[in-house]
Ligand binder design. Structure first.
Ligand SMILES: [Zn+2]
Length: 332
């Protein structure tokens, strides 16, 4: 695995679903030669990951999960979801300043949205350096997502925010502190392992999807990634190759971004695009047509400006909502 800028042993292990408490020592042994003093990682260098040991309790389960058919069943099964505490209230979700958003018009009446912000809980996602601060992907994706939820609700939609923080709400600060207390809707701990995390999230989405049978339902996954280091990556939209409805929504949102970018930054060509990516877990397994978005690169200085300014985060949410409204209006 290649280390990214800002990675430490812990962040790298967490990203690959390995508990640092169990695997740090083994990792250090495996990678002795490539560690700096104080166990720092060297950006761009390749590291070996310890093999995850199946504990006796889940050995048979994880073995079964490698077969694709079983994986599909898991994503559908409602009963496998762990018990949840009392749901997070919408006043907690949006923060005391905003309170509970109310429908102000019926533009999206009848539409149901599942908003899934990338990572969360024990996994902060990609981490960018901003002066002496660290910017965590999950906090910025989360803030845009909650802002989007608010706009959609105000337009009359039913919205499920799949990752929820009990005390962040909508925040206007530039640097959003990294925390680990996000939970899955309605109030379940977020698993450390990425596979389990996405499986749990999508199982919940699909259970709700069945409840809203017949409605216009869409899943939006929001990320602020760092796939190409140092590069300005604009905004990318992915959909399933077999989902014309997912493609249509992606195109509608992309169209808004293209025109808004032209207006805001006429000298900088916008190079975001829409493409197929059937390998993304959420896109592949969601029963609701899905669009997966990469809103920018948390490690790129120009992209960082898009995220550290609260008004820019609101603009991203507004543009996504605008694209969604266009899509809903144009539905058959
Ligand atoms: Zn991500």
């Amino acid at each position: 695995m290649k280390a990214r800028n800002g990675d430490g042993v812990e962040t790298l292990l967490i990203r690959y679903g390995l508990n640092p408490r169990l695997y740090s020592r083994q990792f250090k042994q495996l990678n002795q030669k490539n560690l700096r003093r104080g166990n720092g990682l060297i950006t761009g260098r390749t590291y070996l990951l310890p093999k995850a040991q199946a504990t006796r309790k889940n050995a048979s389960r994880s073995a079964a999960r490698t077969t694709p058919r079983r994986a599909r069943t898991t994503a559908r099964a409602v009963t496998r979801l762990p018990v949840s505490k009392a749901p997070i209230s919408s006043a907690q979700l949006f923060g005391p300043r905003i309170g509970t958003p109310r429908a102000q018009n019926g533009t999206l009446r009848g539409a149901v949205f599942y908003l899934s912000s990338g990572h969360g809980g024990p996994d902060p996602g990609a981490i960018g350096k901003y002066g002496s601060f660290k910017l965590a992907e999950d906090e910025y994706a989360y803030d845009v997502t909650v802002r989007l939820a608010r706009v959609l609700i105000e337009n009359g939609a039913t919205v499920y925010v799949m990752v929820q923080d009990p005390n962040d709400g909508i925040r206007d600060e530039n640097v959003l502190p990294m925390d680990y207390d996000e939970v899955h809707y309605p109030h379940r701990p977020i698993p450390l392992s990425q596979v389990q995390r996405l499986r749990q999230r999508i199982a919940q989405v699909n259970a709700l999807h069945a409840r809203h049978k017949g409605a216009y339902q869409r899943l939006l996954a929001l990320h602020v990634d760092s796939r190409s280091e140092g590069q300005n990556i604009d905004v990318f939209f992915y959909h399933h190759p077999n989902s014309p409805t997912g493609l249509r929504l992606a195109k509608n949102i992309h169209r808004v971004f293209t025109s808004r970018y032209k207006r805001a930054q006429p000298n900088r060509p916008y190079s975001g695009n829409v493409s197929e990516r059937g390998t993304l877990f959420e896109v592949r397994n969601s029963h609701a047509p899905a669009v997966f978005m990469e809103l920018g690169n948390i490690r790129n200085q120009k992209d960082q400006r898009r995220f550290v300014v609260a008004d820019n985060r609101q603009a991203l949410a507004n543009w996504i909502a605008e694209g969604i409204i266009a899509d809903y209006r144009g539905k058959k």
